[in-house]
Design a protein around this ligand. Structure first.
Ligand code: AHM
Ligand code: MG
Length: 332
């Protein structure tokens, strides 16, 4: 009899022993995220059919206009994590402050906090282009039984116990790591089950794709300009192909599978780049490294940066190891 591929649920259970402090909590947490992602996926697939596209009229803490789907996804993830009483706190791109979860069952006793960008790539929502969810999970550092503190959320990325993303693209794929490699699961929408479709993802050491918003070229530091010209030069295995979706999760995912480099550098206009360290760069850096790639801010390993603020921004160079190292040479 043909064996069916492993489901995400089966995979999580069979790998539970990988979690250092396993008590079932992290398993429940991952189950909660995969469920919330299904709800968000369902709503995204209805964009254009129901009143879910467009802006909501609010501006978030980043000064960006919130889309209806941004707010929807944020509520789904927060409610799922709160109602199941699994975590003690959440940081979201859409909320100015961290969220303390207390709840009837004294959630202060829970061990984990979640950081997330519930819907990344917002500018793609209304135009039928893929978007994603990014999340990272930490053990709290404040004492169990007390309310969470900012310190629980501004831990260095190398302390993440798990991280992942969901890409809502031509298919919906959940990719995550607990520090033992990276695996990807594709959602079968007809039955609502994720199947292991991308076991043990390894990023090629080199690729042919560079992903950067070249429209900002004039604002980039000279080293980044030089690297872009290098990518375009006819020499060795170049010119490379330029691919930029404008949705980090999608650009990272493609490069993870096929090889490539993703860059969001600092610029004259954005001193620290655009992407947020805590809930965008750190989870992605953990995954990229676990797949054998490299993630830096151009000089330092992303995962070693100690955040000072939950919404702080940082430049990002992530992807195939040899390509990222090459790009960094141009910044010296
Ligand atoms: P968002 O979290 O507000 O959606 O912003 C993050 C996104 C990334 O997904 C994407 O790579 C980048 O912003 C695109 O920015 P730009 O339009 O400046 O190139
Ligand atoms: Mg984002």
């Amino acid at each position: 009899m043909k064996q069916h591929p492993q489901t995400l649920g089966e995979f999580i259970i069979s790998n539970q022993k990988d979690f250092e402090y396993s008590s079932g909590e992290l398993t429940r947490l991952l189950n909660c995220i995969r469920l919330a992602a299904k709800v968000v996926n369902h709503e995204i697939r209805q964009a254009g059919l129901v009143d879910i596209t467009g802006t909501i009229g609010n501006v978030n803490v980043q000064g960006e206009e919130q889309k209806k789907l941004d707010v929807f996804a944020n509520n789904v993830f927060i409610n799922a994590l709160t109602n199941r009483n699994i975590v003690c706190g959440i940081v979201s791109e859409e909320n100015e402050d961290f969220i303390t979860i207390s709840g009837a069952n004294n959630a202060h006793r829970n061990k984990y906090v979640v950081v997330m960008d519930p819907l990344d790539g917002s500018s793609n929502i209304d135009v039928g282009v893929s978007v994603g969810t990014v999340f990272g999970i930490y053990r709290r550092v404040s004492p169990e039984g007390t309310p969470v503190t900012k310190e629980d959320f501004i831990q260095a990325g190398n302390l993440q116990v798990a991280a992942g993303y969901v890409i809502y693209g031509t298919s919906t794929i959940l990719v995550y790591t607990t520090g033992n490699g990276v695996n990807g699961f594709t959602l079968n929408p007809a039955i609502g089950t994720y199947y292991l479709s991308h076991p043990n993802i390894r990023i090629p050491r080199r690729g042919h794709v560079y992903s950067i918003n070249e429209g900002n070229y004039v604002h980039f530091p000279q080293g980044v300009k030089d690297y872009i010209k290098y990518c375009q030069r006819e020499e060795d295995d170049r010119p490379y192909t330029s691919r930029y979706i404008g949705s980090m999760v999608s650009d990272i995912h493609r490069n993870l599978l096929q090889g490539g480099i993703y860059i969001y550098p600092k610029s004259n206009e954005r001193e620290d780049g655009k992407l947020r360290l805590v809930y965008e760069c750190n989870p992605v850096a953990f995954i990229v490294e676990q797949a054998g790639g490299v993630a830096t801010d151009g000089h330092r390993r992303i995962l070693d940066i100690k955040p000072t603020d939950i919404h702080q921004r940082v430049p990002l160079f992530a992807g195939s190891s040899e390509m990222v190292k090459e790009a960094m040479d141009f910044l010296k």
